[in-house]
Each structure stands twice: as C-alpha cells, then as structure tokens.
Design a protein around this ligand. Structure first.
Ligand SMILES: [Zn+2]
Ligand SMILES: [Zn+2]
Length: 325
C-alpha cells in the first residue's frame, strides 16, 4: 500500500461499525450529524486511511441538501435531491452510519420504487459562492419550472410539453383520471382546425367535450375576453353552468365548472347574483308550467275516457289527436 503521510496508510475498505457493510472509495455514505435532530449528512468517500493505531479516517466530498444551499430549497427541488459540492473534509470513519445511492437524475426518474437510501443529484454546487453547474436546465409547463421528480406532471398530446395539473386548473386526482391531455393552447389550435362534427366519440365523450370547453378558461386571453364581455355571455351560459355544478356525473367537469363559476362571481358579484335570481325564477316558472301541462293532460284523459264509454271507436282517434297536438 502506498504511503500518504508518515505513519498513515491508505485502506481499500472500511466495515461500518455494527454491520457487515463495506465502504470503499467512490461509495456514498450517510454520516451522523452532531445535532441528532437533523437528517444524516450525505457524502461521497474519496479516500480511506488508517493511522498507526488503526484509527480510520475518511476523506469525504459533501453532498448538500437544498436547504443547506445559499439559495435554499426551491419549488422544483425534489425531496431526495442533493447537490455535489466542492467542499471536502476529513472525518472519523466512526461517524459513518450507513450507505446510500446517489443516482443520476435520469436513473432516479426511472426507479420503480424510491427507497430511503435512494437520492439523486443533477447539480454541482460551489459552497463558497452558491453557484450551480449546470446553471441552466430545461424548464416545463407555463410556469417555466425545472422538473421536480416528486410532482405529477401531465404531457400534452399536442406540443408534448409537460404540465403541472395545478397550473392547468386541475387537481392531482382529476389529472390522474384523464385519459389524455391537451394544454389550453393546443386545444384551441386543435378545435380551430377540426370541423365540429368530427369531435371524437367515446363512451365518455360528452365529459371530454365539456372538459375541453372548460379548459378554454385556462387561456388568459380568452378568459379576459369573456370576463370583459360578461354581461352578454354570463346570462347565456349561466343555466348550463348551474346545471353542471348541481351534479355533473363527471367530477372533473363539475370542479372545472366551479372554477369558471368563481371567475364570474369574483369578476362581477352583482351580475352573478342577477343571473342566479333569474335562473331560480325560470326554474320556478318551468315547474309551474310542468304542473299546468300535467293537469291539462289529466283533464284531456278524463275527457277521452268519458267519450270512449259512449263511442268505443272514436276514442283511439281522440287520444291520437290529443297526443299530437
Ligand atoms: Zn407549472
Ligand atoms: Zn400543448
């Protein structure tokens, strides 16, 4: 073995106390922090050396957690994300608690199960300046954020970009139920190109069509136009909105409708209340009309019945003519 300093020699491996786990240079390890409330430190072992009394020291290169970095944790940082720092230390090998695996970002996203010992690293970090390498990464969604592997994203069938359900006005549950997804921009392009009669028909088509239509509200431009012209548009669509909110069979449609309803009530509460009152009045009127119609039918049937007892032959024509009138 090569001598490093007088009285010290390199070791090939070290066995973690109380275990049969071997640590070798290049391995990633968890190290006991001085403050036991904190999660263990993560480091990459660069070198192992023993002194003449066989005390093993380990040269480590620290991984930083996002909260330990100068910029702090950002929204796109994963729970298991680490930065490989330029900060090296000599530590006693006794502080090694266990081993872990720091995956590349790509490999991490391919894991079927993320175990407690699995971490990932996509950035190197300069501890003194807080700088990152690479300093640019691909961004996704209309919020233009780097990918956080902990967050569910949905891919648009049109532009193939990835989107956060939240940024698209959906909950995670709604997004999980989607068979396919189109971002608002692609959906409006698509609808313009496609003749109306060729909307794909599937068992859930009316839910899908309603969902698409409601996604239009995710487009800022369209939303602005509609809210500007609300005095014309809201009275027209209010009955449909109200019917959806009272119980559309498709939950995604129902909650999207609630969002749209809120946009209007936030924009103009007075107009909204007027429409609601009108809707309730119309509803009452319709109920009364239905009652009238029913009682009319009962009267007609009575008349028909009384006539049929007199003229058996005429009754058929009587009921036919009342049904067609
Ligand atoms: Zn987003
Ligand atoms: Zn798209």
């Amino acid at each position: 073995m090569a001598k490093t300093k007088p009285g010290k020699k390199d070791c090939d491996s070290y066995t973690i106390k109380g275990t049969n786990k071997l640590v070798r240079p290049g391995d990633c390890v968890l190290m006991r922090p001085s403050d036991s409330d904190k999660p263990p430190y993560v480091a990459r072992v660069e070198k192992l050396e023993a002194d003449h009394r066989n005390n093993v020291k380990v040269k480590v290169r620290w991984y930083y957690r996002p909260e330990e970095s100068i910029g702090g944790r950002r929204q796109f940082h994963g729970v298991k994300e680490l930065f490989l720092s330029d900060h090296y230390d000599m530590q006693s090998a006794h502080t090694i608690e266990g081993k872990c695996i720091v995956h590349s970002f790509k490999n991490y996203t391919k894991l079927d199960n993320v175990g407690t010992e699995d971490y990932f690293c996509r950035f190197e970090y300069k501890a003194a300046t807080g700088g990152f390498t690479p300093d640019r990464v691909a961004v996704y969604c209309k919020c233009e954020m780097p990918y956080n592997p902990d967050d569910l994203m949905v891919q648009c069938e049109g532009c193939k970009d990835w989107f956060h359900p939240n940024c698209m006005g959906m909950t995670i549950e709604e997004a999980k139920k989607l068979e396919q997804f189109m971002c608002a921009e692609c959906a409006s392009d698509d609808d313009a190109k496609r003749p109306l009669n060729s909307i794909p028909v599937s068992p859930s088509s009316d839910g899908k069509v309603a969902e698409r239509a409601l996604f239009l509200w995710n487009n800022d431009h369209i939303r602005n136009l509609i809210t500007q012209n609300r005095s014309v548009i809201l009275p027209l669509i209010f009955p449909a909105l109200e019917k959806n909110t009272r119980g559309h069979w498709n939950q995604a449609v129902q909650s999207l409708t609630l969002n749209v309803r809120k946009i209007f009530s936030d924009a103009d509460q007075t107009l909204f209340d007027e429409c609601l009152t009108k809707y309730q009045e119309d509803e009452l009127k319709e109920k009364e009309n239905n009652k009238k119609r029913e009682s009319m039918w009962i009267r007609l049937e009575d008349v028909a019945a009384s006539k049929s007892s007199e003229h058996e032959l005429v009754s058929k024509f009587a009921s036919l003519s009342t049904a067609s009138s």
